[in-house]
Every structure is written in structure tokens, then in C-alpha cells.
Design a protein around this ligand. Sequence first.
Ligand SMILES: Nc1ncnc2c1ncn2[C@@H]1O[C@H](COP(=O)(O)OP(=O)(O)OP(=O)(O)O)[C@@H](O)[C@H]1O
Ligand SMILES: [Mg+2]
Length: 507
Amino acid sequence: MLLELRGITKVFGSLVANDHIDVTVEPGQIHALLGENGAGKSTLMNVLYGLYDPDDGEILIDGRPVTFKGPGDAVAAGIGMVHQHFMLVPVFTVAESVALGYEPVGKAGVIDAKAAAAKVREISERFGFDVDPNAYIEDLPVGVQQRVEIIKALSRDAKVLILDEPTAVLTPQETDELIAIMRDLKAAGTSIVFITHKLREVREVADTITVIRRGKVVGTAEPTASESELAGLMVGHSVSLTVAKDAPRLGDVGLELKGISLVDEGNTLLDDVSLQVRSGEIVGVAGVQGNGQTELADVLLGLRAPTAGSVHFGGQDVTALGVHRRIDAGLGFVPEDRSTDGMVAAFSVAENLILDRFDDPAFGSGPSISPTKVRNHAEQLRDEFDVRVTDVADPISTLSGGNQQKAILARELSRQLKVLVASQPTRGLDVGSIEFVHKRIVAERDNDTAVLIISSELDEIYSLSDRIAVMYRGRIVGIVPPDTPRDVLGLMMAGVPLDQARAQEEN
Ligand SMILES: Nc1ncnc2c1ncn2[C@@H]1O[C@H](COP(=O)(O)OP(=O)(O)OP(=O)(O)O)[C@@H](O)[C@H]1O
Ligand SMILES: [Mg+2]
């Protein structure tokens, strides 16, 4: 199937999110869309999937113009989409999820789960997906949930599959598996529109690359282009992919975990974790996702009480304090999942920028909060962090994925902090924004904050950390300097103790 987008234009109020965009997706090709946060990639895909009505332009399939009144029309025309934040219902089984919204409906109008299960099995076998049709969505790791979305699209005969930042939430292994799946799909004749901020992935699988900036196509690139060439095209200026930083000026212990354990329904999620972070130091927590990092962050924020052990900020034992009091004690926190923990979707950008600070005298107090002060504060942060938003009074939900993340970072880094805990701080950010955020985190360190970064991106761990703590199965298996070779770190992430990892590496 040949898919052409011609002159697609989409306007939100005074913002032109897509400005006469032309893209041609050739049959059986992987077409990457690159662009900075807020460039208009998701908007363009929502137009293609029938979710938004374009203000101008047309979509052609095999040379014939088509109009989509909704996703149903797009699906019928052979277009499938896996969204940036995907949309499965947790209490359904895989088969039910796949059947939902398409036809194998039985006699009484109920979902024909048997037919759906057969379909899931057939597609799973064809592409080696290894997905159990009877498993419940909520029990599946995120990488498998994503495959369910792909199966859902394929079960409706998608000829063009849209993947909007599919790898942002995946572990490196899951990413490799997805890339293999993309290659198989391509070999079977499916075209793929692939959105990602990870230039390595683009260079690995894309046949064609289109770059969008501020709503316009600014060029195309060959997959042989270097990462820095692609980065430059995306953001319009050269980007440094590593952070410059001086040796840390270490102060007293700013954050300390003493013997933290967390046991839930007989499962040991955290096992005797002890760690000190000095003021003026960045400690990076490395590990394969799912080895206790999420639980560690929850315990640090005060969302979950540890079964044993204590948490200290400076000299203060904060173990018994809730989230709010810890924030008052100087904690800044960037959550792993911004959509559930970091923001209130229905609130404006300006309100989200002062969440937890409604009682701050700087904004007036209680019912007499000053809208002008709140707005000025928001506009200042918007400019400083380059959050792309038309009006700070707009709901934060209208921001692009990466700009929502930048707004949360702006809020957390604009307070006086003693301790900063950031989980996957640059997830979903474009290369230019990553450079900026990394500089800000280093500046926070140099301002004598104790910084703990939890990240599954080894590049990020290496560029920020003064020391690296490796987690495996809820334990810290070792704390190593940042010049530790990647292979040694990789072995430790698989549970091999430091001395053995080094010995293995030397042989
Ligand atoms: N429903 C909406 N109402 C108002 N503005 C919107 C809406 N959806 C998107 N926008 C705006 O359109 C622009 C493009 O957003 P889009 O989500 O397409 O960006 P993106 O390229 O996908 O970015 P990211 O890489 O951060 O996901 C942004 O400035 C965003 O704020
Ligand atoms: Mg997007």
C-alpha cells in the first residue's frame, strides 16, 4: 500500500501544529519521523489515524484520496496505530483486548473470545510473539502489552502500522526484540511509520527519514547520516551528546538509605538497600528495569513505607513523613510515570507548575492566590526550560509528551532543594532537551544538592554519575566509579558481583 500525506495542516487556536506537511510512505518500508518535542509528530499521526480532522491537505492511498471520519475509517483502510501512551484495559485478557472494537462478535452481541484467541495465536505464531491470549493485560510487562497492541492492529489487516515512540518505555532487550519484529513485519510487506527520539534506533532500522521542526518538514536524511547530523537537523543547531562537568565538591551526607527492605505479599522487592549520597554528588542507579528501581523511588518519595530500614535527608529521619512533608524538607522528585504521578492533566500548565506549592506565600495564600504571580512564574519557567506551550493557561494535557516532561522538570528544579531524586528524567525528550536537562541536573549538584538518578539508559548513567550503584533483584550489587567499563557494568546488571565481573572482563 502506498500512503501519501499531502499538505496536511492542523491548527490548534493560534498554533499551527502541522503546516502543509508532505510525507510519502512507500510499501514495505520503515519510515522514521524525527523531530524535537512539540514538532507535530503525534498530531500528524492522529490526523492519519482519523482522530483529528485536518484543516487542510489530503491523504491518498494507492493514489486515491480518502477521508477518515474516525479511527474506524482509518482501520478499515488498513492503518493501525500504537499510541505514545497506549490504551489497553488492564482487567481484560489479551484476546478480549484484541477483539474489542472489531467484529468477531458472537450471537448475543458479546465478544467472540474464542475467535479472537485463535487470531491472537495465529499472529503470535506467524511473528514469534509468544503472547498468551488468556493472560490478563495487567499481569503483562509493558513490552508484551505493546505486542498486544501490535497484534490488535495486525488482526485488522493493517498495511501501514504507526508506532509513536514505542521504545521510550522499553528495556534495551525489549527494544531489540521490537526492532526484530519491525523487520519481520517489513519483510511481510507491512509499512511502518516509526517515531523515536533515539537516533541509534533510527539509523538501525529506517529506510527513509523525514525530519519535522515546528510543524514543517525541514528535510529528509539517509539512515547512513551520523547521530550528530541527525541531531542537528532535528533541533536546528549543533547538539553536544555528552555533558561537561567538573569534579564534584562533596559536602556532608545529603541522602541516606539504611537497610531498606520492602516485602509485598511474600515478594522481596527491596532487600537491605543501604546507600549514601553526599551533597554536591550525583549517584546513578543502573539496572535492568524491574529490579527494584520503581519501588526504591516510591520509598524515597514516601509513597510506600519500607518493611525495614530508614530514609534520611541530611540529618533528618524522614521515614515516617508523607510525600508533602518530604517535599517541605527539601525533596525534589521527577517521577518515572509523569501521567499518573507528576501532574494533574485537567489543570493548566501554570497550575501544574505550582502543584504542592499552593500554600507558598510567594503566590499569595489560600483563596487569595494571585493569578498574576502564578502566570508570571509559569511564563518565566516556560522560557527558561523552553516548554512549548501557546498559553500557560492551557491544560497541560494539550502539551506534547516531551513538553509535559519538561514542565515537570521545570517545577521540580525551580525549588530550593536538598535532595533530588529523578527517575528516567529524560524519557521522551529530544536530544536538544536532553542536553539542557543534563546541564541543569549537574548545576543542581554544583549547588550542593544530593542527586540520585535512576535510569535504564546507560548513556545517561555514564554522562551524569559521580558514582554508579547497580541494582539487581532488589539489592545493590555494587557501587562503582564512572570509569567502570560498560561490560563490567553489564555483568553486574545481570547479578554478577563486582570482583567476579572484573575478573571475567580481564580474561
Ligand atoms: N489537543 C491539542 N490542543 C492544543 N494544542 C495541542 C493539542 N495537541 C497538540 N497540541 C500542540 O501541538 C504541538 C505539537 O504537538 P505533538 O504532540 O504533535 O508533538 P510531538 O512532535 O509528538 O512531540 P513529542 O516528541 O514531545 O511527543 C504542541 O505544541 C502541542 O502543544
Ligand atoms: Mg508525540
